[in-house]
Design a protein around this ligand. Structure first.
Ligand code: NAD
Length: 496
């Protein structure tokens, strides 16, 4: 066992009970209420953070509104927005280890993995978005205006920042998800109020410190920590918010979508998933088994696009499942600070209980637990689990479990695989494991999901839009698509 030593800065950050950033001020909740954060590896209390009130959220939105409408930020040129984003990314690079340790203590994930994945992907993404700041273009159009045949016109289309962004994110990749919102918002000139997940606000608060240090004007980025039911709902209902961007469950996303439609607030929703991993008979089966294991067990299965449904062509089904079970059985579980562990705890006792209920449901309905199917404490651990002998219509196959639980089903041919892969209310991602180029290209257009990976899974790049078909969401993050979602088009017609 090799336990990483906490940086003095990590310990100091946690011990000083971090506060929220509203405008220029680091504040407690208006009523002084706090909420405890727990270390998922031990169940022990880590620290407390403010539990924002409706009033706190309203003040944060007002600060963002004023920064957007009246501050120097509203006149910032693209080059300055680009340079500020680069500066922020550089500061995150400087503090990468600290950010990773905060993520580990707060979320349970491996600090080593958090540094090379979560933090580095967030930095890379901000640098990618910095590039867009100077490349946002409108266009000019030659118009006819049939009702005014004798007039001359000059016409152009502007792309303008959408305004105040209310961002609400989940706990599985706290920093990365926050940066997926922050990057396009700051590149386009918006201002932001971020409500991190109840469980995992620490890296968002550190990020706010770095935003200040980078030199962003006050009110451009505000962070309110608190519950979804109070702080999240207050942000959703605030009439001064121009755009809501949400990452979380489909159930909450649907509610936010309805509220947004009532006020015509712009909205993007990144929601749940139940992504299929399809292993064709001709695949490199060793790579496919390793890839399928990583597709579900990475981040303890708490990944929106986790490959949580495995479909293997029948003649290789038993072998592939046995290989994945072998990988799962060899995984070492423990604290994310231990550099030798392969899997950390789930986020909370509630999530452990939820995942456990699904495993029990499988057992009770006669499914076979091929490996795992155990939980232990005192942290929130569930062993990597593979379940077979389960019907396509079973809740285990149809519902998002959001834990290290894989359900595996054999298929007979390409059509059978496609039918089962698409038989889901979700459509976030899918992977095909095959070396048959023609079959792969036949399948790609027929899969109903926002991402399709071939011979890999959950591989993301800042340039590739990410988002869902069906119940997995509305809109896209990353790529130029994100810039479009943070801007409005304005058509201008000048009679000469
Ligand atoms: P959740 O929906 O319970 O919470 C997400 C966020 O919404 C939290 O900040 C929470 O405080 C807030 N919230 C809760 N109720 C609210 C309300 N009534 N009004 C406003 N805000 C509210 O989701 P979770 O359990 O934190 O996250 C897991 C879910 O997130 C999974 O379904 C997962 O698939 C999804 N997710 C999706 C993506 C993606 O990009 N598609 C990425 C990560 C996670």
């Amino acid at each position: 066992m090799a336990i990483a030593t906490l940086l003095p800065a990590t310990t100091a950050f946690i011990q000083r009970a971090p506060r929220m950033l509203i405008g220029a001020e680091w504040v407690e909740a208006a009523d002084g209420q706090t909420m405890p954060l727990r270390n998922p590896a031990t169940g022990e209390q880590l620290c407390v953070v403010p539990r924002a009130t409706v009033d706190d959220v309203d003040r944060a939105v007002l600060a963002a509104r004023q920064a957007f409408d009246d501050s120097p930020w509203s006149r910032t040129r693209p080059r300055e927005r680009q340079n500020l984003l680069w500066k922020l990314a550089d500061l995150m690079q400087r503090d990468a280890e600290l950010l990773a340790q905060l993520e580990c203590l707060n979320n349970g994930k491996s600090a080593t993995v958090a540094q090379v994945m979560d933090v580095q992907l967030a930095i890379d993404f901000l640098r990618y978005m910095a590039g867009w700041a100077t490349k946002i273009e409108g266009s000019s159009v030659e118009v006819s205006v049939p009702l005014m045949p004798d007039q001359q016109f000059h016409s152009f289309i502007r792309r303008e920042a959408v305004g105040v962004v209310g961002a609400i994110v989940a706990w599985n990749f706290p920093l990365l998800l926050a940066c997926w919102k922050l990057g396009p918002a700051l590149a386009t000139g918006c201002t932001v109020v971020l409500k991190p997940a109840d469980e995992t606000p620490l890296t968002a608060l550190k990020l706010a410190e770095l935003v200040q240090e980078a030199g962003y004007p006050d009110g451009v980025f505000n962070v309110v920590t608190g519950t979804g039911i109070t702080a999240g709902a207050a942000l959703t209902h605030n009439p001064r918010v121009d755009k809501l961007t949400f990452t979380g469950s489909t159930a909450v996303g649907k509610e936010i979508g309805k509220i947004a439609m009532d006020s015509m607030t712009r909205v993007t929703l990144e929601l749940g998933g139940k992504s299929p991993t399809i292993v064709m008979a001709d695949a490199d089966l060793g790579s496919a088994a390793a890839g399928a294991a990583s597709a579900i067990f990475f981040n303890q299965g708490q990944v929106c696009c986790a490959g949580s449904r495995l479909y293997v062509q029948r003649k290789h089904f038993d072998n592939v499942v046995a290989d994945i079970a072998g990988i799962a059985n060899a995984m070492k579980l423990g604290s994310g600070l231990d550099t030798s562990v392969d899997m950390g705890p789930l986020i909370s006792a509630r999530q452990q209980e939820r995942v456990w209920r699904y495993i029990e449901m499988g057992r009770e309905s006669g499914a076979t637990i091929a490996c795992g199917g155990e939980q232990f404490g005192p942290g929130y651990f569930v062993k990597p689990t593979v379940i077979v002998d389960v019907d396509q219509q079973h809740s285990l196959v149809q519902e998002e479990i959001f834990g290290p639980v894989l359900v595996a089903i054999p298929f007979d041919d390409e059509a059978d695989a496609l039918r089962m892969a698409n038989d889901s209310s979700y459509g976030l991602g899918a992977s095909i494991w095959s070396n048959d180029l023609a079959a792969v290209h036949r399948m790609i257009p027929r899969i109903k999901s926002g991402s399709v990976w071939v011979n890999c899974h959950s591989a993301l790049d800042p340039a590739l839009p990410f988002g869902g078909y069906k119940m997995s969401g509305v809109g896209r993050e990353m790529g130029y698509a994100a810039i479009e979602h943070y801007t409005e088009l304005k058509s201008v017609l000048i009679k000469l």
